[in-house]
Design a protein around this ligand. Sequence first.
Ligand code: SAH
Length: 217
Amino acid sequence: MNRYNRQRTRMIDTQLLGRGISDERVSKAMAAVPRHLFVDEGLQDQAYSDSPLPIGSRQTISQPYIVALMTEALELRGTEKVLEIGTGCGYQTAILAELAERVLSIERIASLAFRAQRTLDSLGYYNILIRVGDGTYGWTEEAPFDAIITTAGAPKIPETLTGQLAVGGKLIIPVGDRSSQTLVKVTRLSEEPDDLKTEDLCGCRFVALIGEYGWKD
Ligand code: SAH
């Protein structure tokens, strides 16, 4: 077993299972994806540490536990069409691609989107489509989605996103001020666009969601 495999196994035991991540599909997906290949070479030794890391353009790859928690909350079973907002380095995208049928992902910074696309192509993920743009509009042509995940913090829940959920679909989004947020899970209960159940999952700190229905740059 090489060094990174060992570090990845330890990450899963201590950071995920040790803290209550119980969906085996999620821990298996995180065991399958080589997280160190999503960060710069100089940071690969820290890829499995219990923290976020810089990925360039003042953005970060989320802490492994947060990736697991958000993914678990989506309750994916393998047949879903998922929208991700904030591709970043593409690590969360890969985890979603392991667990759902198709993943569409939007990133506002073109250089990050291109690098994520290259990494994901090199790992052989063919069920992912990445687009450069403002994800706060969602992806109207591809809606509705069984799951939507936003990996940047919003001032409030964009109605554009809840409006693109399928009935029974789930949106996970950090909501709060620019420095700290609450991770919120919204479930669409019926055809009525505002028939939504909202639950708070935990406190969190994400970079800002910048766009028309997010923060202004
Ligand atoms: N899941 C990513 C997290 C990256 S940080 C990872 O693990 O690498 C959040 C990302 O959201 C940043 O790359 C940022 O550029 C992007 N972002 C912020 N606002 C956005 C918007 N309106 N649309 C699309 N992407 C956005």
